[in-house]
Design a protein around this ligand. Structure first.
Ligand SMILES: Nc1ncnc2c1ncn2[C@@H]1O[C@H](COP(=O)(O)OP(=O)(O)OP(=O)(O)O)[C@@H](O)[C@H]1O
Ligand SMILES: [Mg+2]
Length: 377
């Protein structure tokens, strides 16, 4: 993974401080689609698992595709797995028993059949984390997990991808747990990743959320890192990129990891031998763009209704934006911003656009404006 040393360093500091009993802030990573939030989150998860932390890793689901599995159940499932691993590593001695007992009572409240507590061989701690209120129960769970972790010189980490898709009460419960454990310097941390709308959603859930997290915007890679992302994986396979070919892919991608990945892969697939030259790069870029059009952009465009597409078209002249919401309303021939409010809200809900600031609106997908402007009316 190229160009994320600072973010990784910030997290390594959290791990190191926990080992010596010092507290740190939880972290929220925000960025556009395809910028590399998920791979970074996976990397951080691994950095916590290695020294034996209790780690739960979940992906939030948008309301529309939320299945029976609630946030509570998903967290339980992931925690169960981690607790069994950690128990194997540390043994069931002393304080870990407390963490397991509270986890068991939390998970049984979530699924009375006990399916989420399989393999956790302790009696549940009755009266702990089992009221049924997510806010209360999650905090008690966090507290007891962190208490055990602290005694072992490790911490508890809950990683949430697509965090903007959590329901407000779920965001609130996470904030409460971080806040309450933080006040007593307990090593319980959340690392969330999501669209740039996430800090706003957190602030709405809990007014103090702004102070609770270290917000780290994840952006495109700089030229050096982007070049490394292209060259190093190939080098390890004995394939050499010409400097011109690298330059071509890096500048066309504007450093967006997902674009780099698609262009470089297509160039690699096209190049006949162990060298990738300018021609292969040009072919790769063209093929990569066609693939982005057919998948990355098309899948989102297809999810928009006709009225939503009109709204996106009205945004397109501003490029990657942002656009003024008022100006968009005018372009759509509406006298007031309220008239397009519902369409705008639906597009935000679908994760296609976000409001970087009050009164502004922008695409969550880099390059979407260009795609939209090429679609027939
Ligand atoms: N720092 C990096 N170096 C090299 N490749 C990267 C880096 N970051 C991301 N990538 C590659 O870019 C692609 C997109 O990354 P990822 O899925 O993490 O983005 P994301 O921000 O989670 O996107 P989304 O918002 O759509 O979930 C992946 O194929 C990944 O391997
Ligand atoms: Mg992702």
């Amino acid at each position: 993974m190229a160009g994320r040393d600072e973010d990784i360093g910030a997290f390594e500091a959290v791990v190191a401080r926990a080992a010596t009993g010092r507290a740190s802030q939880s972290i929220v990573l925000t960025g556009l689609r395809g910028v590399g939030k998920t791979v970074l989150l996976n990397d951080l998860a691994e950095r916590a698992r290695r020294p034996g932390w209790i780690v739960a890793q979940v992906e939030a689901r948008a309301e529309a595709d939320r299945t029976a599995a609630s946030f509570r159940a998903t967290v339980s499932r992931s925690l169960n797995q981690s607790l069994r691993q950690v128990t194997g590593r540390w043994g069931l001695a002393g304080k870990l028993r407390g963490a397991l007992a509270t986890f068991k009572s939390f998970s049984i409240k979530t699924d009375p059949t006990g399916g989420l507590a399989l393999g956790i061989e302790v009696d549940p701690q009755r009266g702990r984390a089992d009221t049924g209120s997510l806010d209360l129960d999650f905090s008690e769970l966090a507290f007891d997990l962190a208490g055990s972790a602290r005694d072992l010189g490790v911490g508890v980490l809950v990683l949430v991808d697509e965090m903007q898709d959590l329901a407000e009460e779920e965001l609130a419960a996470l904030c409460t747990a971080v806040h309450e454990t933080g006040q007593r310097s307990m090593p319980f941390y959340v690392v969330g990743a999501g669209l740039p709308s996430l800090p706003g959603a957190l602030a709405e859930a809990r007014s103090y959320a702004e102070r609770l997290f270290a917000y780290r915007p994840i952006g495109p890679l700089d030229r050096g890192a982007a070049g490394s992302a292209v060259v190093l994986p190939a080098e390890s396979q004995g394939v050499v990129w010409s400097p011109e070919a690298v330059e071509e892919v890096v500048s066309t991608s504007s450093g967006y990891p997902y674009f780099l990945q698609e262009f470089a892969k297509a160039a690699w697939d096209y190049a006949p031998g162990p060298a990738i030259d300018e021609e292969a790069a040009a072919v790769g870029i063209a093929a990569g763009r066609a693939k982005l059009d057919a998948g990355f952009y098309r899948s989102r465009w297809n999810r928009a209704t006709p009225a939503e597409r009109d709204y996106l078209r009205a945004m397109a002249p501003d490029g990657d934006g942002p656009s003024s919401s008022g100006e968009i309303a005018r372009r759509l021939g509406k006298s007031s911003i309220q008239q397009v409010g519902p369409v705008r809200a639906n597009l935000i809900h679908k994760g296609l656009v976000y409001a970087p600031e009050h009164g502004l609106i922008a695409f969550t997908v880099p390059g979407m404006a260009d795609f939209v402007s090429r679609q027939a009316t």
